[in-house]
Design a protein around this ligand. Structure first.
Ligand code: BGC
Length: 721
């Protein structure tokens, strides 16, 4: 388990007849790269995905028909640690995970011959193993590679493996071995440096011009034994060196052999040499190349790495800042979608539940991410305790059952299945997660019978004001119980539907009794989060909704933005829905502190974790948690919301800010493309066959302020002269 180098495995076999088809199935505790006859199989990165390894292990299927040859063949496997054998030490104790072990795999290669016969080549004792030149690999920190240890031809048939040892059989890490039916992680984009600055003889700093989750590949020439270090960072010190002090805060190294986000490449001295990590990724914009010996850098590129989910939505406008915020939101979303939703790609790579449900609509409007979420919900079920409790990070090595896991975070188990249902029209996420949600809600009802709960972290990283944790957590308690009732309704369970609807009402009443002040039409002391959260999650009594929204608008106009994570989810939409679209737009397009625009004005290409760009702590520069703005463009400006599951019925309530000349959202719904946008004096709504829209014609247009029922087609409206 503490042995550092990654192991190679190889096996030789003979193919005697013409092949019709061949498939390799490989299940791994850890990570792998598979090769056949010296050729790498597939283009996935970091396979298989991270799971709670003692509950579920994933296998990946590869079509290897064309990689096999008549006669002698060799199959090769290189195993990486991934989250299964976390050797780096940090505050979440992944190194102490109960399932931690040396990586392991099981492979079956099924060959179908053209004559109808079949053969199976399987991993076993007769396979050979040796250590590889990947002398260290940590999903969390970096990878070290010693090219002097390369074993030429190790995965080809004519290689002599007499000095290799026999593989040792192991039992599977978990009884459940499941197909990885998920969009894979890939290197999706190659990025060239925008600048390389040589600071002195031994240090060069490469700027890739944008912040990403990913890896760098470097081609160099130098003498044997030369050590090249590649330190990855999101920002620079004034002297031009890379600054990782914002992202190594939770790292607890025990010595100096595993520097944070720093790959180590030792050259063999044999001509041009290439290195790119296989079992790690990082969050960075800059790479500092450190090397004391003279070397020639022939090439260096960065690769954006994330779950390769197809693009589903597009936002475009005449406002450059709006476009840039949308792009930065998507860049942070994808940087935090590397097999499972994460908080940040550098400091933690943790599946923080709160960040994920907040960002889920932004994700679902823009990308086809359902398979990643389905798998992550399976992780939820794997991690759920018998009493219903979920940990704050999923998957986990055990950390997070006692900190940060109140309903404001772990409502993922309600909100994400419901969003999948609404955005895709697929009932399966409801069926699959119904029992888990019921157990979770059962725990809340049993432990918080008053209807109020202060279990949670609250409005994380607020601009300045702190709203009561009980207010925000109770809003999520209500949401979970309400979603459970709605799920029961969809699944035809009338009894549960009624039971949980009554419970939800009860929670809403308790909430309003404690926090609502009818004379003032405010909640608590009237902070932005205190007003926006009940509005957004539907806790405000109907007759007071408008007044509460008006009070929120007054507060925003006087104070500017003053919310944290839970407030950002609610504030823009609460303002828009309350008839204060201009106020929402002013916040969303603001260029000064505190705002999304402030980050962009300061050169950000991703969203930050904190409002001040020079915050002393909690300042990852690639966090998705403030990313709801990406969904708001669709829901409030484009005005598109699914009224019924899968966008069969949509509500379209576009809002046209005075100063926004041109704007459009395009969305690939399950039934086809929906477009809502305007240019100059024309507003257009395009809907595909099978979709019915209820359009609230914006007041500026002929026939404005009317509600129209529209069917498939392109509908255009002209502005009043
Ligand atoms: C993470 C957040 C997360 C929070 C919860 C932080 O360290 O980066 O995004 O939600 O912890 O407390």
């Amino acid at each position: 388990m503490d042995l550092k180098p990654a192991p190679y495995f190889r096996h030789k076999f003979t193919v005697k007849k013409p092949i019709k088809q061949a498939r390799a199935y490989i299940a791994v505790g850890g990570l792998y790269e598979l090769s056949l006859n010296g050729q790498r199989i597939g283009d996935h990165f970091l396979d298989p995905l991270y799971t709670r390894f003692d509950r579920r292990v994933l296998y990946v299927t590869h079509d290897v028909t064309s990689a096999l040859q008549r006669g002698e063949n060799a199959i090769g496997v290189l195993l990486g640690n991934g989250w299964y054998n976390h050797q780096s030490t940090a505050v979440w104790y992944f190194d102490k995970a109960p399932w931690r072990n040396r990586p392991t795999f099981c492979l079956d290669l099924y060959i179908q011959y053209t004559d109808g016969t079949e053969e199976r080549v399987s991993s076993g004792r007769n396979w050979k193993t040796a250590l590889s030149p990947t002398i260290f690999n940590s999903i969390y920190t970096a990878e070290h590679y010693d090219a002097r240890l390369e074993i030429s031809g190790w995965d080809s048939a004519d290689f002599d493996d007499k000095d290799w040892k026999n593989a040792i059989p192991r039992s599977a890490p978990a009884g459940k071995i499941v197909s990885q039916s998920v969009r894979p992680i890939r290197k999706t984009l190659e990025i060239k440096p925008v600048r390389i600055i040589q600071l002195n003889d031994s240090i060069r700093v490469v700027d890739f011009g944008r912040n990403i989750s990913g890896v760098t590949g470097i081609k160099v020439k130098g003498a044997e034994g030369t050590e090249v270090r590649l330190r990855h960072a999101e920002r620079l010190y004034e002297n031009g060196r890379t600054d990782i002090s914002n992202i190594d805060a939770h790292y607890r190294p025990t010595d100096d052999t595993d520097p944070f986000q720093t790959d180590i490449f030792i050259l063999s001295g044999k001509g041009e040499e290439y290195f790119c990590p296989k079992f790690n990724y990082k969050g960075f914009q800059y790479v500092e190349i450190q090397c004391k010996e003279p070397i020639k850098i022939l090439d260096i590129k960065a690769y954006f790495v994330h779950s390769d989910v197809p693009v589903k939505g597009k936002v475009n406008s005449s406002d450059e800042l709006l476009n840039k915020i949308w792009q930065a939101t998507n860049a942070s979303y994808l940087s935090n979608f590397v097999g499972y939703p994460t908080d940040c790609p550098q400091r933690e790579k943790n599946g923080w539940t709160g960040d994920a449900h907040i960002a889920s609509e932004t994700g679902l409007f823009n990308f086809d991410g359902i398979t990643v979420y389905e798998k992550w919900l399976a992780d939820h079920r794997d991690e759920q305790q018998a009493n219903g409790v979920l940990p704050s990070i999923i998957p986990t090595g055990g950390w997070g059952y006692e900190w940060g896991n109140g309903p404001d975070w772990t409502s993922t188990i309600a909100i994400i299945p419901w969003n999948l249902y609404m955005y895709y029209g697929d009932k399966r996420p409801l069926e699959e997660n119904y029992d888990a949600l019921k157990r979770y809600v059962g725990y809340l009802l049993e432990n918080y019978p008053s209807g109020l709960t202060d279990w949670g972290l609250g409005d994380w990283i607020p601009v300045k004001s702190r709203s009561p944790v009980e207010l925000t957590s109770t809003a999520y308690y209500y949401t979970d119980v309400l979603i459970l009732s709605k799920m029961a309704g969809v699944l035809g369970n009338k009894e549960d539907e009624k039971f949980y609807a009554d419970k939800a009402d009860y929670i809403k009443n308790a909430f309003n009794q404690k926090y609502f002040i009818p004379e003032k039409a405010i909640y608590g002391s009237g902070l932005q989060t205190e007003l926006a959260v009940p509005l957004y999650w539907g806790l405000v009594p109907k007759e007071y909704k408008q007044q509460v929204a008006d009070n929120l608008a007054i507060r925003v106009k006087s104070d500017g933005l003053d919310v944290g994570l839970l407030g950002t989810k609610a504030i823009l939409q609460a303002l828009s829905d309350g008839g204060h679209g201009e106020v929402a737009y002013a916040l969303a397009s603001r260029k000064t502190y505190p705002s999304w625009g402030w980050w962009i004005m300061n050169g950000a290409t991703t969203l930050f974790e904190n409002w001040p760009i020079d915050a002393k702590s909690d300042i990852s520069m690639n966090h998705i948690m403030f990313g709801e703005i990406g969904a708001w463009y669709y829901k409030a400006l484009g005005g598109i919301r699914p009224e019924s599951a899968g966008f069969q019925k949509i509500l379209v309530k576009p809002f046209i800010p005075r100063e926004l000349e041109r704007f459009s959202v395009e969305l690939e719904s399950p039934l086809g493309k929906i477009v809502s946008g305007w240019e100059g004096r024309n507003y257009t709504l395009e809907i595909p066959d099978g979709v019915e829209a209820e359009l609230h014609v914006p007041k500026e247009f002929v026939g404005g302020s009317k509600v129209l029922k529209l069917k498939a087609g392109r509908h255009t409206f002209k502005m009043e002269p």
